[in-house]
Design a protein around this ligand. Structure first.
Ligand code: XMP
Ligand code: MG
Length: 179
């Protein structure tokens, strides 16, 4: 059943699962024998990370990082604070950062800088969604699932005020919900 707050479904459960399977196949080839550290950015990337990692048919390790940039609103402030750091040392490791969505790019560019400083052997980014139109820093994902239009989307990990993360699809909120 469609959630009453959703105006339109952009990507169905089937769409997402197809994209995830395709990316998983590519990443399996990329990381075979490299034992990558797959880092999920909490909380939005959790659904994508768990599905994607199960499509990666190679040995890997999972870790999480939590950074704040958005608060409960829909605009990035540019401030990135580490709320939860990695459990693992990344020095000399192949790092794959998994994101739900890249918007302004600020969050990830801070993380990439940090991982470089910590001497990761390689750092690559896979994101389910990319809102290229909104970019304010020079940041490119290595693999993009879906390029999305400049609309605030929720579901499949993405929230508005912590709600809607559990929707199995990705959709656009009705305007009256966030206005
Ligand atoms: P930046 O701007 O640093 O931010 O690339 C990326 C983070 O912003 C959140 N974000 C969204 N969350 N719907 C959401 O639910 C959106 O349309 C959206 N755009 C950006 C998200 O947490 C992402 O990790
Ligand atoms: Mg996120």
């Amino acid at each position: 059943m469609l959630h009453p707050d959703i105006k339109e479904v952009l990507y169905s459960e089937e769409d997402i699962s197809k994209v995830t399977a395709d990316l998983g196949e590519i990443l399996t080839k990329e990381y075979e024998g490299k034992y990558p550290l797959v880092i999920g950015v909490l909380k939005g990337a959790v659904m994508f990370m768990t599905d994607l990692s199960r499509k990666m048919d190679c040995d890997l390790e999972l870790d999480f990082m939590d950074v704040s940039s958005y608060g409960s609103g829909i605009e990035s402030t540019g401030d990135v604070k580490i709320l939860k750091d990695l459990d693992t040392s990344i020095e000399g490791r192949h790092v794959l950062v998994v994101e739900d969505i890249i918007d302004t790019g600020r969050t990830l560019s801070h993380l990439i800088e940090l991982f470089r400083y910590r001497k990761a052997k390689s750092i690559k980014i896979v994101t389910l969604l990319d809102k290229k139109e909104r970019r304010v820093v020079d940041l490119k994902a290595d693999w993009v699932g879906i390029n999305v239009p400049n609309e605030f989307v929720v579901g499949y990990g993405l929230d508005f005020d912590e709600k809607y993360r559990n929707l199995p699809y990705i959709g656009v909120l009705k305007e009256e919900i966030y206005k």
